[in-house]
Design a protein around this ligand. Sequence first.
Ligand code: PMP
Length: 283
Amino acid sequence: RIVYVDGHYGPESQGKVSIFDRGYLFADAIYEVTCIIGGKLVDFDGHMVRLVRSLKELDMPMPMSPQELLAIHRKLIADNNVDEGLIYMQISRGNADRDFNFPSKDTRPVIVMFTQARPVLESPLAKRGLKVITLPDIRWGRRDIKTVQLLYPSMAKNAAYEAGADDAWLVQDGFVTEASSANAYIVTVDGRIVTRGLSSDILHGITRAAVIGFAQEAGYVLKERPFTVAEALEAKEAFITSATSFVMSVLSVDGQMIGDGKIGPVSSRLREIYIDKAVGARI
Ligand code: PMP
């Protein structure tokens, strides 16, 4: 596999960053994961808008234009001949002697990119639906910034696997924030789609923005408000969204079946619409 590291393309065995990279020492880096379908990028512009925002919130410069970043994405997809999967992009504040203070403004950001081929449209989990457990959300207070500080989500996913589930929904003050790496939704018995509103409590999902727009266009009633675990257990359906899962049904929470425990009509319809519209508009 060919990877991109700090201005150079080369085989992954040679893709190395410095031990002084602030991403490595302080998780002082942000990232984006964009889905590849048919060798093209899904909602690239949405990811760029969020990237710019993450950088701004951390007082990091945009290292190159979105067009230049797009060109690197496209070259890696072509060089690795990726039909379906994802492309990961990380931008760290750069290399500097270890110091909690930010280094000087002229420190050069380090950009890293690599591809991962995997089935997305025909993902086995999308066909089967997910089992989730709930765990306390003990992450930091700026989850709206897409930093590489992912230890707790990684621990949560691991705990879910150990419990025989696929993922964890994180809970703060009794309300679900989001999944370990996806946004969380329920469909109430009266057919409303409920998902937590945007704040620093959750990542502002690119897929979330697209899916809720499409849902409203399709006539679904959407309520952006926090929901409790108890509400989720009484819901007709539950689902998650993310760039590489699109829309996936949640069949059970903490071992309790949601609705009839099958993939629901709302989540399967929203998955279809997302594939039709967002994947259809890929570049
Ligand atoms: N929440 C969290 C915590 C995530 O890590 C992700 C995936 N990066 C999402 C939500 C979904 O965001 P997106 O739709 O932009 O992939």
